[in-house]
Design a protein around this ligand. Structure first.
Ligand code: ADP
Length: 293
């Protein structure tokens, strides 16, 4: 077990406060799968728990925001999320402690359950796009300053900041930067007007687990946005099948012409990946962009 002893002590103290009984961590196993943070399966005297850790100075407040995002999604009682036990910081390590969910193989039943639950979650609305606080998507800060229309929010708080970042790090060519400028002018005509929908915000296959109790979603970057963002992203990196869209449409049909807007909605997650992981994603951003301008 490589987990820092101060972190272990902090986690044990929080488990005791939460469960009302003294808890010992017997083993901490490093798990693969996390792209950003270290993930641990904790065997304790009170059962198994899931712990995420990262350097506290690397992205301060990240786990506090994630815990709030999970609580926000949980408050709708639609898609299941892991219960948040606690967040903490010790010896320069920030951590987030969650209920553990054992994943089994993803199936078409899972696609359908996720599609149904997602549509129901998207019915939860508020007057503005954005959120009352900022959060993170992976290691990137996500600016949730409210806006009353989606086109403004998408351009000012999602696309433009990531184009600037990619340009500053020479990850995007001048031609595509100009294409984005042209895209901004046409976005209001491309996207149907809809009420702000509560989004998971980072819904790819790695953030959806199929368990004995059904689908559980993890690692959100929640905000109120256009519901097409979640649906478009769910199909972007594989693993989630077309059954999601069928189930979603049964619950709340997408507006006509949706197929033509998928790539537009995927620009944001592609820009996130371009800025986080570099190189290869530039071509995907460029190809998606050229469908519109
Ligand atoms: P990161 O922020 O580094 O991307 P994630 O929150 O996505 O980390 O978690 C990494 C992996 O750990 C996920 O892909 C999933 O397989 C698994 N995981 C996440 N949350 C839980 C949980 N509560 N219980 C069990 N496994 C989990």
């Amino acid at each position: 077990m490589d987990l820092n002893t101060d972190v272990i002590a902090g986690v044990e103290a929080e488990l005791k406060a939460n469960l009302g009984t003294s808890v010992r961590i017997r083993d901490a196993r490093s798990m693969s799968g996390g792209s950003i943070n270290d993930a641990w399966s904790l065997e304790t005297s009170a059962g198994r728990f899931f712990l995420k850790t990262n350097a506290a100075d690397r992205h301060p407040s990240r786990f506090v925001a994630e815990a709030a995002d999970l609580a926000l999604l949980a408050s709708t009682n639609e898609l299941r999320t892991p219960k948040v036990i606690a967040t903490g910081e010790a010896a320069g390590t920030a951590w987030l402690l969650l209920e553990f969910h054992i994943a089994k193989t993803w199936t078409s039943d899972a696609d359908a359950e996720l599609g149904r639950g997602l549509a129901k979650q998207h019915r939860h609305s508020q007057p503005h796009f954005g959120l009352d606080r900022d959060n993170w998507i992976g290691l990137l800060p996500q600016d949730n300053t409210p806006a009353s229309d989606w086109a403004t929010f998408l351009v000012q708080h999602r696309l433009a900041p990531l184009i600037r970042m990619a340009r500053d790090h020479q990850r995007i060519g001048d031609g595509d930067v100009l294409r984005f400028e042209r895209l901004y002018a046409v976005i209001p005509d491309l996207i149907p007007h809809e009420r702000p929908a509560l989004l998971h915000g980072d819904l790819w296959h790695g953030n959806a687990l199929y368990t004995a109790d059904g689908v559980v979603v993890v690692d959100p970057a929640a905000y109120y946005g256009h519901r097409e963002m979640d649906v478009a992203m769910a199909g972007l990196f594989g693993g989630i099948g077309p059954g999601l869209l069928d189930a979603y449409n049964n619950e709340w049909p997408m507006e006509p012409g949706w197929e033509g807007r998928i790539d537009l909605c995927r620009l944001y997650p592609l820009l996130v990946h371009l800025n986080l992981f570099g190189g290869g994603y530039a071509a995907q951003v460029s190809a998606a962009l050229r469908k519109y301008v």
